[in-house]
Ligand binder design. Sequence first.
Ligand code: TXA
Ligand code: MG
Length: 325
Amino acid sequence: MNSATKPMAEIGRDINKAVEWLLQGELVAIPTETVYGLAGNALDSRSISKIFEVKNRPAFDPLIMHVADIERAKDHVETFPEKALVLAEHFWPGPITILLPKKSHVPDLLTSGLETVAVRVPHHPMTLDLLRSLPFPLAAPSANPFGYISPTKALHVEDQLGEKIPYILDGGDCRVGVESTIIGFEAGEAVIYRLGGVELEKIEKLIGPVKTKSHSSSNPQAPGMLESHYAPRKKVYYGNPERLAAGLDLDKAAVLSYKGLLGMELPPSRHFCLSAQGDLHEAASRLFEGLRYLDKSDASYIIAEPVPDIGLGKAINDRLKRASA
Ligand code: TXA
Ligand code: MG
């Protein structure tokens, strides 16, 4: 059988079907408030290997464990420091992932050999139902090929991984649109590993100042922070569109703008505006859709305009910078 005749994943809203596949050790795409995840049994090394294989993801890049609530998170971690508990109680279910010391039954494959496991409670009613129906937690990276743009619609998953998995649980468009914020603790101090759906300002208001890790190109000590990531196939330039366009061939340009475009005229096929109102929540929810849209256009390259560097804007700018690296 050649690949053209491979059956595509079924897209549906049947939680029982998702449960069946997962109990059999298969992978299912699941909706969350941030992006779609590629889920499998987080305690079964065979399911975990399938995730790495389907995503074409290097084994040094660990996965997030998804659970239904704090109590279930506690089943898999040695300790839950005070600050971590404050964050979990305040933001879960929600877009924040917490790094905690893992119990020994948690497979090393899940954590890429690290002593900590990344845990989160996703905020989506279907996935919470699913997690409550399963006897194990779910490992779920974003459901895209490694390095490419994360999916925010069931069809994005079908497009890229449809031939490789049996089922996509369709929970509609992802509300937040950027991945979860990842926070860990070093010598009791909170450290942000990835900017994301919970704003830095909200975290600091709750637990005081936190440090932010800087990116590196291939440092296994700081996985999940690869400099080049979330990238379209087309080359991305990050900066002021009017200024960048001056040095480039405008007939070949596509622009991802924050609000509108000032001194430029482009056909609709080569322009995607993140939020005409200038609303960062709307911009985040449309970010990956916009990058995919322009990646499919007939332009040769994409110019991405920075958004205001506050709140969710920090996570958006982080993704755009990495898309252009
Ligand atoms: O919003 C999200 O977090 C989505 C949805 C599906 O939940 N998931 C997601 O997973 O973005 P993924 O695999 O694409 O990104 C998780 C990041 C990885 O880059 C990984 O390196 C980092 O989390 N990570 C996981 N465990 C870690 C650990 N123990 N220490 C440091 N980084 C870790
Ligand atoms: Mg990812």
